[in-house]
Design a protein around this ligand. Structure first.
Ligand code: ATP
Ligand code: MG
Length: 332
């Protein structure tokens, strides 16, 4: 089986609809076809200031949501990044293989440091894409399910894998991004020119999966569309409506063509009312399942401990091989 690897940050409490459609849904699907590793990336979370109690709670909350979304610990390896020390260890190696200029070209760093105030950005935030390289390479991943915003980091991973393999001999699998085009970028409901994002979205444009279902319905119903009345998919001319059609289609399995036909001659109100219902039907059981996992921290922690054990077995083997290739004397 090919390997898949992805990570998600525990920082915002609730995941949002962009995280789910752009990434987590693919995590669930890839369990069937891949030897899949998924982790809550707490090492990445501390690239910006974190309250310790909140970080701890959010890490468990992230894991609970991943399980609620359909990750099955029998069919994938779910773990917390800091439980596997090899991430930081291979991260250092990758830091030493990356050019300063090369790291400076990462647009996510530019965006995020601008948002946090350039002078307050940490070195950790600057090098986080390189830690991500290590995250992926440790598992010899073939496929990395992510949204469009992460494509550049997977490209960096490919470059560094090839660089290491070229200098020291075949060590790492060169991974490919696994990006589902239709859902690679879900947009803010209030401003369909920007991506839905926990840190950049407007509160009304950001659909958190753990919002009260009533709030979710309200956000969908007040989504920004356009002054035209026709319901058709046209990302250029009608970004708001197209975003709603993408969400609707992905959650229900109806094709965009089916939906265009269904809403022919009907107004935006009808589309939004129906989509609000679809969303409520999706988030209601999701919230219940998440809470069930949170109510039983013992089970949750033991799922994560087992996952870490499985992950470590793979990561340790890769790290040992990389250390050996680098010329480190074995410690025994
Ligand atoms: P931030 O704004 O802090 O980067 P985020 O909202 O992008 O946060 P992340 O934790 O960075 O959330 O992303 C987790 C996963 O969700 C990544 O694979 C990312 O590509 C994907 N993702 C995030 N936002 C969207 C979106 N609007 N559409 C599709 N995929 C998304
Ligand atoms: Mg992001």
């Amino acid at each position: 089986r090919p390997r898949a690897l992805s990570g998600i940050q525990p920082t915002a409490g609730s995941f949002h609809l962009g995280n789910y459609l752009g990434a987590i849904r693919q995590y669930v699907a890839l369990q069937e076809t891949h030897d899949a590793f998924y982790m809550v990336v707490d090492l990445h979370a501390i690239t910006v200031p974190q309250d310790p109690a909140e970080l701890r709670a959010n890490t468990r909350l992230a894991a609970a949501q991943l399980l609620a979304a359909g990750l099955d610990p029998e069919r994938c390896t779910l773990f917390v990044q800091s439980h596997v020390p090899e991430h930081a260890q291979l991260g250092w190696v990758m830091n030493c293989l990356t050019g300063f200029g090369e790291a400076s070209r990462m647009t996510q760093f530019k965006d995020k440091s601008a948002r946090h105030g350039a002078d307050r950005a940490t070195v950790g935030l600057f090098t986080y894409p390189i830690l991500q390289v290590a995250d992926i390479l440790l598992y010899q991943a073939d496929a990395v399910p992510v949204g469009e915003d992460q494509r550049q980091h997977v490209e960096l991973t490919r470059d560094l894998a090839e660089r290491f393999n070229g200098r020291f001999g075949e060590t790492f699998t060169v991974p490919a991004p696994y990006i589902v085009k239709e859902v690679a970028k879900i947009y803010d409901l209030q401003d369909p020119s920007i991506k839905m994002s926990k840190s950049a979205s407007t509160p009304k444009g950001l659909v958190n999966l753990l919002d009260e279902p009533k709030t979710t319905a309200k956000k969908v119903k007040s989504a920004v569309t356009d002054t035209d009345t026709v319901i058709r998919f046209d990302a250029e001319e009608k970004p708001g409506v197209s975003n709603l059609l993408t969400i609707y289609s992905t959650l229900t399995g109806a094709t965009i063509a089916d939906l265009e036909q269904k809403y022919e001659g009907k107004g935006y109100g009808a589309l939004k009312t129906d989509l609000a219902e679809v969303m409520v039907d999706f988030v209601t059981p999701f919230r219940v399942r998440t809470q069930e996992y949170l109510d039983d921290t013992e089970t949750l922690d033991s799922i994560l401990a087992k996952g870490a054990e499985k992950a470590r077995a793979v990561a340790a083997e890769t790290l040992a091989d990389a250390y050996d290739k680098l010329g480190f004397v074995p410690a025994k």
